[in-house]
Design a protein around this ligand. Sequence first.
Ligand code: PLP
Length: 285
Amino acid sequence: RTVYLNGEYLPETEAKVSIFDRAFLMADGVYEVTSVLGGKLIDFAGHARRLERSLAELDIKKPAAFGDLLEIHRKLVDLNDISEGLIYLQVTRGAPGDRDFAFPDPETTEPTLVLFTQNKPGLSDNPVAKKGIKVISIDDIRWGRRDIKTVQLLYPSMGKMMARKAGADDAWMVEDGFVTEGTSNNAYIVKDGKIITRNLGTDILHGITRAAVLACAREAQMAVEERPFSIDEAREADEAFLTSASAFVMPVVEIDGASVGTGTPGPVAGRLREIYLAESLKAAL
Ligand code: PLP
């Protein structure tokens, strides 16, 4: 696999980052994951815009302009011959000479920019989407700025492992009685034809797929309500689903061991998955 590191395209075994890099020592970095379908980038502009916002919120220097980032993404897709898959991008505050809690001087410490591809044939025609997935609920004990897409992913990783141990696929996190989001996705329920998903704030990531899917729903005259919902309400819902750049729209058929609706993927999730895949492919770069 050919990867990108600070201006160079390299074999993955030759791409090396300093042990003083602040992402390694302090999780001082942000990331994006963009999917590739038909060799093209899905929702690239949204991911680039959110990256810019994450960097600004943390006062990390922007490592490259929009056009350069687009070109790097495209070149990696080309070099690695990706038809369906993912591109991971990470920007860290860089590697100052020594460990220090205070941010280094941006004049003397350049941010680190890393990109690599993950080949995922069958990403769009995922058989899991036809069966749906099971989630468990866990406490949301993450920090309070979940709107910034940082590489602090230890608790979400633990959540995935808790789910796996419970025989489920993912975990939805709950704070003050309401679902915030999944370990790596935004959470939705459907009741009487209405799509309900938590409103944006600092307590969830502003999913790029969420924005695109809600736009598709509104375009198709489907009712959308942005507000928090509880696990009890989700268990009583007609359908549940999640969205992310890698899962697109994924039906959720079981929550904490109880079936949602009929216990099979629902029509709203199915329709939204279809519309989103078609629309995002049309707009792909
Ligand atoms: N919420 C969290 C915590 C995530 O990590 C992710 C994606 O990784 C999402 C939501 C979905 O965001 P997007 O649709 O931009 O992939």
